[in-house]
Write a protein that binds this ligand. Structure first.
Ligand code: AMP
Length: 279
């Protein structure tokens, strides 16, 4: 497995044979959620294709300096996971390699990012779109795998590809969870023990609430279960339409019940899909 730290090394290493190049963009601190994406990329690329994993903690998508500096970076462990899951190459740039000091162009998303994480983290998705477009251009990948765990990100990347005519196929992967239901996240390892023990209530709350059929009852039910916790602080809890991520006033079309919850400094996100009533 090759490792490229610069754009020049990346271009030199990428095989331009007949096979497909499938990219898995990550910020590292890899867990079973990420490795499932790498496995899917391997299956998609086949033997003749190439699987590229990028590991880059993208500074321009962080709204809090502390979150950026505290982001875990277990690079040796990440590289060995990439290798054991069949990656052909890893792109591991540092921020100065990715961004010119006087960079002045950013990709801006103006609709799907209005609510949910986009509302709570201003500018976050512009940073995500900018780095993902750069990774697509640098790698020339044919396809890229993204986790449904970050469903707003996935929707925005699909919009990016549609609106900017990127020739990149977007492949979604379902959320991978711990045995107790907590969505796997690089942030889970930073939870205090008592917070980690409590955090599975997030998914439980969303699942229980999704059994109701009126938006206000759904939201109240989820809020009540989360706030039974002495530790959980809700950043947002929203029911949005699955197609445009705008607030859902009814369940005539598929919806998504999504939340971000703080345990101390650690912010966890999760969601469940709710099918349209009578569908
Ligand atoms: P990150 O390193 O957090 O930026 O995530 C890199 C990719 O892994 C994104 O496409 C995420 O949606 C995906 N991912 C992270 N956690 C999970 C998970 N628990 N299940 C599935 N995909 C995930």
């Amino acid at each position: 497995m090759w490792i490229a730290k610069t754009k020049t090394e990346l271009r030199k290493n990428i095989a331009r044979g007949g096979g497909k190049c499938v990219l898995v963009p990550t910020m590292g601190a890899l867990h079973a959620g990420h490795t499932a994406l790498i496995d899917m990329a391997r299956a998609k690329a086949g033997e003749s294709g190439e699987v590229l994993v990028s590991i880059f903690v993208n500074p321009i998508q962080f709204d809090k300096k502390d979150d950026l500096s505290n982001y875990p970076r277990p690079i040796e462990q990440d590289l060995s996971l990439c290798e054991s899951h069949g990656a052909d190459g890893v792109f591991l740039p540092d921020p100065n390699e990715m961004y010119a000091a006087n960079r002045s162009i950013t990709v801006m998303e103006t609709s799907l990012s209005k609510h949910l994480c986009g509302e709570a983290r201003r500018g976050h998705f512009n940073g995500v779109c900018t780095v993902v477009l750069k990774l697509f251009l640098l790698s020339g990948c044919d396809a890229a795998v993204f986790g449904e765990k970050d469903f707003q990100q996935l929707a925005i990347i699909r919009r990016l590809v549609r609106d900017l005519d990127c020739p990149t196929e977007i492949i979604p992967h379902p959320t991978i969870r711990e045995d107790d239901g907590l969505a796997m996240s690089s942030r889970n390892t930073r939870l205090l023990v008592k917070h980690r023990a409590d955090a599975p209530r997030i998914y439980r709350a969303l699942q229980q609430a999704a059994k109701h059929s009126a938006p206000n009852i759904i939201l109240e039910a989820a809020r009540a279960i989360i706030l039974e916790s002495p530790y959980a602080v809700i950043d947002y809890l929203s029911l949005v339409r699955a197609d445009d991520l705008m607030p859902a006033e009814d369940l005539s079309t598929p919806a998504i019940l999504a939340c971000a919850v703080f345990y101390g400094e650690i912010r966890l996100i999760d969601h469940v899909k709710i099918p349209a009533l009578n569908s």
